[in-house]
Design a protein. Structure first.
Lengths: 72, 568
C-alpha cells in the first residue's frame, strides 16, 4: 500500500515527544509530586522523540532505497 | 481526574492523525480487494502488530488489569496458555489453508471446504456478534469517559463513532490496520511508565511480592497464590480463580484459545491482508512476540494496585469500593492514570485508552463489512454484480454497521441483562467452532453435513451444560442452572471452561459420526483446503532461516515455556 506507515507513526511520536519534553522543561516542578518526584514528561517525552525519529529514519532509508532501485 | 490544555492537545493531535491517515489512504481504495483485504499488500510486521492490536481493545486492557488485581499472576494464563500456542498453530498449520485457498474471509473458507449452509451459519452469527461487540465496546467507553471526564453518554458515543466511521469509510481495512499499529505503540508508550512508577511506589518487585503475600493470606490462600501461575492450580479451592490445571489446559488453553485465535475472522482478516503466504504465516508469530510480554504491561498494574490497596504504597494508591463493599477492580487503570501521571503524561495515557476503544470498535466494523458484503450480500442477495458495486456495498455496510453498533450501545445502556444474555449465546455458538476447523483442515473425510450438524450439536451441548450447572454462590438464571442444578463449580470461570470443553467434544464426535455416514467430496475439490491433499510449502527463495515460520514458532514456544517456568 502506497503510504509508508512509519511516516505517520514517526511524525506523531516526534510531535508528541517534543510537546511532552517541552512541557516537562517549562511546567511547575510541583506537579511531579504525583510521579514520585520524576519529571516524567521530560524523560518520557525524550524517549518518544527518539522513537519517532527512529521511525522516520527507517522510512527515509526505505524511500531512498526504493528511489535507487527505480533509478537503475 | 482533571486534564489540562496540554492533555486535550495530545488527544486532539491523535484524532487529527487518525483522520489524516484515512484521508491519505483514500486514493488507494480502487477495488473491493483494496477495501476489504488491503489489496493483500501489507508487510508482515504491520499485519502482525495489527493482529495483536485488534484484540487489544480497551475492555481487554481494563479487564486484564482487573483480573490481575483479582487473581494475580495466574491471569497470565490468558496469554501464555490461552493465546500464544494457538497463535503459533495458526501461523504454522492453518494459515496455509486460509491464505492459500484465496478465501476472502473465514466463512468463505467454510464454504470452499464444506458447503453453503455451514458458511451461512458462521457468517450470520459472526456478523451479528461483531455488531454487538462493537456496541458493547462503545458502551464501555462511554461509561468510562462519563466517570473520568464527565462527558455525557451520547457525546462520547457519537464522537467516537464519527471518527471511526470517517477513517474506515476513507481507507477501509488498511486504515483500520494502520490505526491498530499506531494504537499498539500508544498503549506500550502510554502504559510502560505507569508500570514503572507503580513498581517504584510499592518498593520494586520485592515490595510487590511482599504486598501480594499479604493479599493472599488475608483472603485465606497460600502466600504465593497471587504471584504464581501453576503451583496453585492443583484444585479449584487453592487459587482465587476457582479453577484447576486441567480446565486451564483443556478449556482455556485448547478449546477457547484455539477457537478464538484460529477461527475468529476479526484477527484472521489481518493476516489475510499480508503481501505473501510467508508474510501471512509470520503475522500471528510476530504478534506472539509482544503478546508474550503483555502481562507485564496490563496485568502488573492490577497486581500493583491491589498490593498497594492492602499493603499501602508509599503514595497511598488505593482502589475504590463498590456500593456492595467489594473492591472496584475495573478502576485499576483509570485510577493509576490519575494517581501517577501529571498533566502531559495524563493526556498520553488517556489517548492510549481512547485509541484502544476506537480500534476495538474499528476491528469489528471492518470484519463486519467484509463478512456482510462477501458472505451474506454477494452469496444470498445479489450475486454476480460488478466489483464497484461490492465496494460501494462495503461502504454502505460500514455506515450501517456503525449505526447498528450505536443502537447496541444504547440497548446495553438500557437493558444490561440483554447484553449478558447475548454474550452468553455467542459463547455457545463459538465454543464448538474449533472442532469444525480442525476436522475440516486435517481430516479429508469430514463432510458439510457433518460440520453443520456438529456445530449445531456443539452449541446445544454448550447451552445444556450451562443450564445444568451453576457457579457456587450464584442465583439460577443467566449464571446457569436454568434447567436444573446437577453440578456446582467453584467459579464462573471454571463453568465457562467446562462449557467449552463439552461443546468441543460433542461437536467433534457428532461431526465425525455424521461425516462417516454422508458422502464425502471428491478429493480433487479439496486440494489446498485439507492438509493431506495439499503439497507441502517450500521455503521461499531468499528467505532467511530465522524468518521461517517454523523457526519463529519454535522460538516463540520456547519463550513461553521459559516464562511459565520462571513464574510457575
Amino acid at each position: 500500500m502506497g503510504l509508508d506507515i512509519r511516516i505517520p507513526i514517526g511524525s506523531l511520536f516526534v510531535f508528541l515527544g517534543g510537546l511532552l519534553a517541552g512541557y516537562g522543561l517549562l511546567s511547575n516542578p510541583a506537579i511531579y509530586q504525583r510521579s514520585l518526584g520524576i519529571d516524567i514528561n521530560l524523560w518520557w517525552g525524550a524517549v518518544l522523540l527518539i522513537f519517532g525519529l527512529g521511525m522516520l529514519a527507517l522510512a527515509w532509508r526505505a524511500a531512498t532505497a526504493r528511489a535507487r532501485t527505480e533509478a537503475q | 481526574m482533571h486534564p489540562h490544555a496540554i492533555d486535550w492537545t495530545i488527544l486532539a493531535v491523535y484524532f487529527a492523525f487518525v483522520l489524516g491517515i484515512g484521508a491519505a489512504l483514500k486514493r488507494y481504495m480502487r477495488t473491493s480487494t483494496d477495501y476489504f483485504l488491503s489489496g493483500r499488500a501489507i508487510p508482515a510486521w504491520i499485519t502482525g502488530l495489527a493482529f495483536i492490536s485488534a484484540n487489544l481493545g480497551a475492555q481487554e486492557v481494563i479487564g486484564m488489569a482487573a483480573s490481575g488485581a483479582k487473581y494475580g499472576m495466574a491471569t497470565s494464563h490468558f496469554y501464555w496458555v490461552g493465546a500464544i500456542p494457538a497463535m503459533v498453530f495458526l501461523g504454522i498449520f492453518m494459515m496455509p489453508f486460509y491464505y492459500g485457498s484465496r478465501a476472502r474471509s473465514v466463512p468463505e473458507y467454510l464454504k470452499l471446504r464444506f458447503d453453503e449452509k455451514t458458511r451461512g451459519l458462521n457468517a450470520i452469527s459472526f456478523a451479528v456478534m461483531t455488531v454487538f461487540s462493537s456496541g458493547i465496546s462503545m458502551y464501555a467507553m462511554a461509561l468510562l469517559l462519563n466517570i473520568l471526564l464527565h462527558w455525557d453518554f451520547t457525546t462520547s458515543i457519537l464522537l467516537s463513532a464519527l471518527i471511526v466511521l470517517v477513517y474506515i469509510l476513507l481507507g477501509g481495512l488498511t486504515s483500520a490496520i494502520y490505526n491498530e499499529v499506531l494504537q499498539f505503540f500508544l498503549i506500550v508508550f502510554g502504559f510502560a511508565p505507569l508500570v514503572f512508577l507503580g513498581l517504584k511506589d510499592v518498593g520494586g518487585w520485592h515490595g510487590l511480592v511482599a504486598g501480594l503475600r499479604e493479599v493472599a493470606v488475608s483472603r485465606g490462600f497460600a502466600p504465593d497464590a497471587w504471584t504464581s501461575t501453576w503451583s496453585v492450580m492443583s484444585s479449584p479451592s487453592s487459587n482465587p480463580m476457582g479453577v484447576e490445571w486441567i480446565s486451564i489446559a483443556m478449556g482455556l488453553g485448547f478449546v477457547l484459545s484455539f477457537g478464538y485465535w484460529c477461527t475468529d475472522f476479526l484477527v484472521v482478516q489481518r493476516a489475510l491482508a499480508a503481501d505473501s503466504m510467508e508474510a501471512a504465516r509470520r503475522t500471528p508469530l510476530i504478534a506472539a512476540l509482544p503478546k508474550m510480554l503483555f502481562p507485564f504491561l496490563v496485568i502488573l498494574p492490577g497486581m500493583i494496585a491491589v498490593a498497594s490497596t492492602l499493603h499501602g504504597g508509599a503514595s497511598g494508591l488505593a482502589l475504590p469500593h463498590k456500593a456492595d463493599g467489594s473492591l472496584n477492580y475495573d478502576m485499576v487503570i483509570p485510577l493509576m492514570l490519575g494517581h501517577y501521571f501529571p498533566s502531559g503524561m495524563l493526556g498520553l495515557g488517556l489517548t492510549a485508552l481512547m485509541a484502544s476503544f476506537m480500534t476495538g470498535m474499528a476491528g469489528n466494523v471492518t470484519a463486519f463489512n467484509t463478512v456482510w458484503t462477501y458472505d451474506i450480500y454477494q452469496a444470498y442477495i445479489r450475486h454476480g454484480a460488478s466489483d464497484q458495486h461490492y465496494l460501494n456495498m462495503g461502504r454502505i455496510a460500514t455506515v450501517a454497521g456503525i449505526g447498528l453498533s450505536i443502537g447496541a450501545a444504547y440497548a446495553a445502556n438500557r437493558f444490561n441483562n440483554i447484553m449478558d444474555l447475548l454474550q452468553l449465546l455467542f459463547a455457545f455458538v463459538n465454543a464448538p467452532l474449533f472442532a469444525t476447523f480442525l476436522l475440516g483442515m486435517f481430516w479429508k473425510r469430514a463432510t458439510g453435513h457433518g460440520a453443520f450438524f456438529g456445530l449445531l450439536a456443539g452449541t446445544a451441548a454448550a447451552a445444556l451444560h450451562h443450564g445444568l450447572t451453576l457457579p457456587a454462590g450464584s442465583a439460577t438464571g443467566i449464571q446457569g442452572g436454568w434447567i436444573a442444578v446437577l453440578h456446582l463449580y467453584a467459579s464462573q470461570m471454571a463453568q465457562n471452561f467446562w462449557t467449552a470443553i463439552y461443546a468441543f467434544g460433542v461437536c467433534f464426535v457428532v461431526t465425525v459420526a455424521v461425516s462417516s455416514v454422508t458422502r464425502p467430496r471428491a478429493e480433487q475439490d479439496l486440494k489446498g483446503l485439507v492438509y493431506s491433499l495439499t503439497p507441502r510449502l517450500r521455503a521461499a527463495a531468499g528467505e532467511r532461516w530465522y524468518a521461517r515460520p517454523t523457526v519463529l514458532g519454535a522460538c516463540v514456544l520456547a519463550g513461553v515455556v521459559v516464562l511459565n517456568l520462571i513464574f510457575r
